[in-house]
Ligand binder design. Structure first.
Ligand code: SAM
Length: 270
């Protein structure tokens, strides 16, 4: 097992998986809003891509963790399908490298009676090898791709593009580091907000703010966090063939980015 895989599996172990949802809401900046923004982008702003769905709407969630993004997207989808004609049959493939996180996701997704889902242990670095031949209408991901370095992200975008059905859409949310002075200040501000929340969770036993920021930076490093720039990621997506690449949400170091794979018969609108 690679060192990075072991670090991820240790970091997202049984204890983290049990407390992850509570911690994520308190700890991450705008966590529920960012997940909402992915669902809004996929199911309202760029809903046209669903016109290309043949019989079953197929979704792939990469680095699904405890399944919060899948849950948000599906809730929205089934809500819309009450009033609009959308494919009734929905298949979701959720992937992650941590079994305890996936166990929580399995429990969470069971409530969707109309959903057929499969959850699979999969390293983002071996995407194509591990899901051979499968294609999807929508690929989603949240707060997972920053575990890959720039080169691996670019390669992943290429693979995702090849796995999308014609007309399909890729939407992901992640921490972004913008790499210029103003945005480095934002990254510093982001760390300060997260550290302050972390101190509130741990109460009087927590270290002071400066020390908490240092602890966070160390944790992010150990956990293999390598956020890339917003403009770089948009550029890489364009280079591998995505159309209409854009960022509909950017707030304080977190961004949503989307791009479509144009089909010959339908033009995506913006
Ligand atoms: C911060 S959590 C985000 C989980 C979830 N998507 C969310 O929004 O709450 C990051 C997730 O990415 C997974 N992960 C990190 N590196 C990975 C890799 N190389 N392959 C697959 N999953 C990975 C971790 O196991 C973890 O569940």
């Amino acid at each position: 097992m690679s060192k990075m895989k072991k670090a991820i599996q240790d970091h997202y172990g049984p204890m983290t998986a049990k407390t992850y949802d509570d911690i994520a809401k308190k700890y991450f900046w705008a966590y529920p809003q960012v997940l909402e923004a992915v669902a809004m982008e996929a199911l309202y702003a760029r809903k046209n891509h669903l016109r290309n769905v043949k019989n079953t709407y197929s979704i792939l969630d990469l680095g699904m963790g405890t399944g919060n993004l899948s849950e948000t997207l599906l809730q929205t989808y089934f809500e819309i399908s009450k009033t609009e004609t959308l494919p009734k049959s929905v298949h979701l493939l959720g992937t992650d490298m941590s079994q305890p996180m996936m166990k929580e996701a399995r429990i969470k997704l069971q409530k969707f009676s109309q959903l057929d889902f499969q959850i699979k242990e999969l390293d983002l670095n071996n995407l194509l090898r591990e899901i051979e031949g499968a294609t999807f209408d929508t690929v989603i991901s949240s707060f997972a791709l920053h575990h890959l370095d720039s080169d691996k992200k670019r390669k992943l975008f290429e693979k995702i593009f090849s796995m999308l059905n014609p007309g399909g859409l890729f939407v992901f949310a992640d921490r972004v580091s913008h790499g210029n002075c103003q945005e480095d200040v934002e990254e510093g501000g982001y760390l300060a907000v997260v550290a302050d929340r972390f101190r509130k969770i741990f109460g009087s036993s927590a270290p002071d703010l400066e020390a908490s920021i240092e602890i966070l930076k160390e944790q992010f490093n150990e956990d293999g966090d390598q956020p890339s720039g917003l403009n770089d990621q948009i550029q890489w997506m364009k280079e591998v063939g995505f159309n209409n690449v854009r960022s509909p949400f950017l707030s304080f170091g977190c961004a949503v980015i989307s791009g479509s794979k144009e089909s010959s018969c339908s033009k995506e609108y913006l």
